[in-house]
Design a protein around this ligand. Structure first.
Ligand code: NAP
Length: 273
């Protein structure tokens, strides 16, 4: 199955931030099939070309060569791409990475394709993405396995009900944005207590990574990790006391709630329903 998948030709329409992250993760993951990257901004293709990717500005040419077509343009540009490729994707897998754009909308515009909607994050750049995906009813088990093999090169993944996609866009799709603020804040805290800049940054980032690995690899509850680091009258409880007063929990909850609502607002504004 994976061997067959590795022979599939992949077209990536939109080689911006996320498009190039996905392509790089496939290359790092040992993807052996041909990859065609298309972007209207040719300078975005130069680096990918050096990595051995076929590049160009002709969407239809790339799509005609491909078995699997990734659409990785902004939500506002999805409709024009779908209209352009409508006939060329008959029977092919179309994977939309665009936030807010529902499966139903995608299927309506490319009715003869098999459609998958995914929500990865920038962790794909280092094969550490979390990707949620959902499929239209016509996607076969074999096609789903192909998608899973591709997503596994980007990091970890889950198949989810589409109703969770906006929430996952908020928690994980946009997540590297908020996590960067937390790492930056910890770094500045390190500077405040006198650490050299490089040590402050590395210790902050590695601590976030290590804590995430404790949760994921050891299946530990975050509350238990907090308790494991907290000795009575010690340094951790002193810090936790301050953190809890900062209202960080409600701030993050409100942030995710608002980001989730924003997906619906964008969908409505762009008439993507
Ligand atoms: N960035 C993230 O962290 C992230 C995470 C999850 C999901 N996503 C989703 O991924 C999609 C792309 O996001 P991004 O951040 O990668 O955006 P981006 O950096 O702007 O990349 C999109 C690229 O596609 C190009 N493009 C637009 N129309 C095109 C067309 N018809 N044919 C070929 N290329 C075209 C754009 O050119 P112009 O700039 O000239 O329009 C741009 O270079 C979005 O829908 C977003 O919701 C992004």
């Amino acid at each position: 199955m994976v061997k067959k998948m590795l022979d599939d030709k992949v077209a990536v329409i939109g080689a911006g931030m996320m498009g190039s992250a996905i392509i790089k993760s496939l290359l790092k993951g040992g993807y052996k099939g041909q990859i065609f990257a298309v972007d209207v901004q040719l300078e975005k293709l130069l680096e990918l070309e050096k990595l051995g990717v076929n590049t160009g500005a002709d969407v239809l040419k790339a799509v005609k060569c491909a078995d699997i077509v990734f659409i990785i343009v902004k939500p506002r540009d999805v409709k024009s791409v779908l209209c352009e490729i409508r006939d060329a994707v008959r029977g092919k897998l179309v994977v939309s990475v665009a936030a807010t754009v529902p499966l139903e909308y995608l299927c309506r515009h490319v009715p003869d394709a098999k459609v998958v909607r995914i929500m990865p994050n920038l962790g794909a750049m280092v094969q550490a993405a979390y990707t949620a995906y959902c499929c239209d009813g016509n996607v076969t088990l074999e096609e789903k396995q192909k998608i899973q093999a591709l997503l596994s090169m980007m990091g970890t993944y889950d198949e989810v009900d589409e109703k969770y996609m906006d929430a996952l866009t908020a928690v994980s799709g946009s997540g590297p944005g908020y996590m960067s603020i937390i790492i930056e804040a910890l770094t500045y805290a390190g500077l405040k207590v006198g650490l050299p800049r490089d040590v402050a940054l590395k210790s902050a980032a590695q601590t976030v990574l290590g804590t995430a690995k404790l949760v994921l690899d050891l299946n530990e509850e975050p509350a238990r990790i907090r308790d494991m680091t907290t000795t009575p009258g010690g340094t951790t409880i002193e810090a936790i006391y301050q953190v809890e007063q900062s209202q960080i929990r409600p701030a993050l909850i409100r942030a995710i709630e608002e980001a989730t609502k924003k997906s619906g607002q964008i969908r409505e504004k762009l008439d993507l329903t």
